[in-house]
Design a binder for this molecule. Structure first.
Ligand code: FES
Length: 198
């Protein structure tokens, strides 16, 4: 398994060292938008984003920007998908029933995704907005339980999420990571920000 982050958009969201950091980092990352007129800016800020996922290999993650937020696309390996069953009893909301960050109907399943292989989630912690780090490697390691199966760790206050963005019990984050509206335009193309054909 690899915890390598692939970023074709040239922008990466660094691990936030303070909880205001995630949002501030995104604002700085899109300076070109300031040259737009107000109406162009509003359109760009809300526009859906088309993503080519054809080069994403099993175990890798791609980060794109949508509405100023980092959106992760993780291509999960069969072992990683299997790990989602093992952690169910340790999760705060395994079925995504909570409504603070409502999960779209098509992602209300164990994988929290349309296709089990691909997880699409907003990379912002539901506690105070830090961007969690990839912890795809299973097994004991600092700040994580010995039976860790792979997922994400929020560096700010230690919330942990599985590889479907589901938060573990008794952590400061009150909810799972948000799944944005999205749809497949083809096997290789995802549209983030829209989930039905116009
Ligand atoms: S921002 Fe506090 S745990 Fe993530």
């Amino acid at each position: 398994m690899s915890d390598q982050q692939v970023d074709h958009g040239k922008r990466t969201w660094l691990i936030a060292t303070s909880c205001a950091g995630a949002v501030g980092g995104v604002a700085v990352a899109v300076p070109f938008i300031s040259t737009f007129s107000p109406s162009e800016r509003a359109k760009a800020a809300g526009a859906a984003v088309e993503v080519d996922i054809s080069a994403l290999k099993p175990g890798e993650k791609l980060t794109v920007e949508w509405r100023g937020k980092p959106v992760w696309i993780v291509r999960r390996t069969p072992e990683q998908l299997e790990s989602l069953k093992a952690t169910e009893s340790q999760l705060a909301d395994p079925t995504s029933a909570r409504t603070a960050y409502p999960t779209p109907e098509y992602a209300k399943n164990q994988y929290r995704s349309i296709k089990p292989e691909y997880f699409v989630g907003v990379g912002i912690c539901s506690h105070l907005g830090c961007s969690p780090s990839d912890k795809f490697q299973a097994g004991p390691q600092p700040s994580l339980p010995d039976d860790w199966h792979g997922g994400f760790l929020c560096p700010c206050h230690g919330s942990t999420f599985d590889l479907a963005g589901r938060v573990f019990k008794n952590k400061p984050a009150p909810d799972n990571l948000e799944v944005p509206p999205h749809m497949y335009l083809s096997d290789a193309k995802l549209l983030i920000g829209e989930d039905k054909k116009a």
